[in-house]
Design a protein around this ligand. Structure first.
Ligand code: FE2
Length: 494
């Protein structure tokens, strides 16, 4: 089964001033039935992504209820003693809508109003869009013509026959990037690897209020945002895969954070399909190709085009987001010069754009490590032996071309570290898992690599200041409560 793709063209077509008279009868009936305060609702809040100096995507999903299903059945996480509950079993024998945290979708219409004033008195109103089952009731608004370096406010309104449906609107805010010649005075966060059962707080991981307190201009969600193969249940089909997104991203702390911050979303193995997965793999009925399409539906980003991209945040910062799943060779292949995680097109794009960039600081946010060290038995990333050719090539290129103002921030590993590669000198921060209970797996402190090493959860908090003609950078590894556990400072003349 192939999923209907969320093509940008389709969005623009469906968004052109649909009136209620043009609605299909079943949708009219739905709208009539949900008039007043009966919904539909938006219990998963907003996601605001790919924000540039003038554009942004705003994502919403219409839901049948105003809250997630709090009373539903809980499928227990697979225990260590429960090895027989392997991949593909699923273990779900009832409708998915009845599971704990499910957010059944609802058809309807929605529009967005956005502006620079918090009271939205200056708001621009988008055309109304139709939320339908074919797109999992998701609507994606592309905003253009935004002002750089500005805070925007928005409200997503479910539309009924009399206008916005009472009690169904959701508010949000986000910040746009400054112009490329403006000094970068900003903060950003990077997080990764959020388990559901081990989130550490019923309303969502502690890192969310901790990141919000840092007041980041943007945040990168760097893969493993859900774990399809966690066993509670395994996402062995499209409906169960969507359920994983529903229950995670309807948690109140995640709704609050994602509705009010600019974010960039990257995928990794577990939120595409399963551990160390790549093209051609499957888990039960769910295919890797469906996993790729599902991620694009869930992420607030362009519905098509390359999954690798770069974004400039002022004079002093450019960030590259790479994809480690779409273009990779099979892990088990013998290592060779053409064995790749990035693929030739992404690699050429990376080298060309990094070289061309005039930003004071250049940061690669990678879903998997480039430096490590990792466990010796792992076979999925550039710090592993079986990708040594490409790992050496890329680290060597970084050393030769951007030796002084470039570093890597990686997701994937369930421990925090600050490493410097002993041969190439490439610097890498592993941001750590989103909760302490999700931390494990490190091969241990390694004096050849580590400036810092800690097997606990947290996130990376980066700040940039401009003092006279100097750009000052500070990278802080923080624990899940937001306390600084390690800091690295650097500065460059601009
Ligand atoms: Fe992970």
């Amino acid at each position: 089964m192939s999923l209907p793709r969320l093509k940008r063209r389709q969005f623009l077509q469906t968004s052109t001033a649909l009136t209620l008279g043009a609605l299909a009868p079943e949708l009219l009936a739905q709208v009539a039935a949900t008039a007043g305060s009966a919904g539909p609702f938006q219990c998963m809040g907003l996601r605001i992504g790919e924000v540039s100096e003038s554009t942004a995507y705003v994502w919403t999903r219409l839901t049948a209820a105003s809250t997630r299903n709090e009373q539903g059945t809980v499928i227990p996480k697979r225990g260590k003693e429960d090895k027989k509950r392997g991949k593909g079993e699923g273990k779900v024998t009832e409708p998915v809508d009845g599971l704990s945290g499910a957010c059944p979708g609802a058809a309807g219409q929605v529009r967005l109003r956005y502006g620079l004033k918090e009271d939205l008195s200056d708001a621009v109103t988008t055309p109304v869009m139709t939320a339908a089952a074919a797109h999992d009731y998701i609507s994606l608004f592309k905003l253009t013509g935004l002002q750089p370096g500005a805070t925007y406010y928005c409200i997503s309104e479910v539309m009924g026959p009399q206008g916005p449906v009472a009690g169904s609107s959701v508010r949000g805010r986000f910040e746009t990037a400054p112009l490329p010649d403006a000094p970068s005075r900003l903060r950003f966060c990077v997080m990764t690897c959020q388990g559901y059962a081990d989130r550490g707080h019923p309303e969502g991981h502690d890192i969310y209020p901790a990141m919000a307190a840092f007041k980041p201009q943007f945040t990168c969600l760097t893969g493993d945002l859900v774990y399809y193969d966690s066993g509670d249940p395994d996402a062995v089909n499209v409906r169960l895969a969507r359920y994983h997104w529903e229950r995670m991203f309807s948690l109140p702390r995640l709704v609050a954070f994602n509705s009010n911050h600019s974010t960039y979303w990257l995928k990794d193995d577990h939120d595409t399909l399963s551990n160390d997965s790549g093209p051609g793999a499957s888990m039960g009925e769910l295919t890797f190709a469906q996993g790729q399409e599902l991620f694009r539906q869930q992420a607030p980003m362009a519905p098509d085009g390359p999954s690798f991209r770069t974004i400039r945040w002022g004079r002093d910062l450019q960030v590259w987001f790479t994809d480690g799943r779409d273009y990779r060779s099979k892990n088990k292949l013998q290592d060779a010069p053409d064995k790749s995680i990035w693929g030739p097109e992404q690699k050429a794009w990376f080298k060309r754009t990094v070289k061309e960039s005039t930003a004071t600081w250049k940061v690669l946010v990678s879903p998997t490590p480039m430096v490590g060290p990792d466990r010796p038995n792992k076979r999925d990333n550039h710090a592993n032996e079986n990708f040594a050719h490409e790992g050496d090539e890329l680290r060597g290129w970084m050393q030769a071309n951007v030796p002084d103002n470039f570093f890597v921030v990686c997701g994937d590993r369930h421990w925090q570290y600050h490493s410097v590669h002993p041969v190439s000198g490439v610097r890498e921060f592993s941001v750590g898992p989103a909760s302490d209970a999700h931390a494990s797996g490190s091969p241990g402190y390694n004096a050849k690599y580590h400036k810092f090493h800690r097997v606990e959860g947290g996130f990376l908090a980066v700040s940039l200041e401009r003092i006279g003609a100097e750009s000052r950078l500070r990278c802080e590894l923080r624990n899940v409560k937001g306390e600084v556990v390690h800091a690295w400072d650097a500065s460059r003349k601009v």
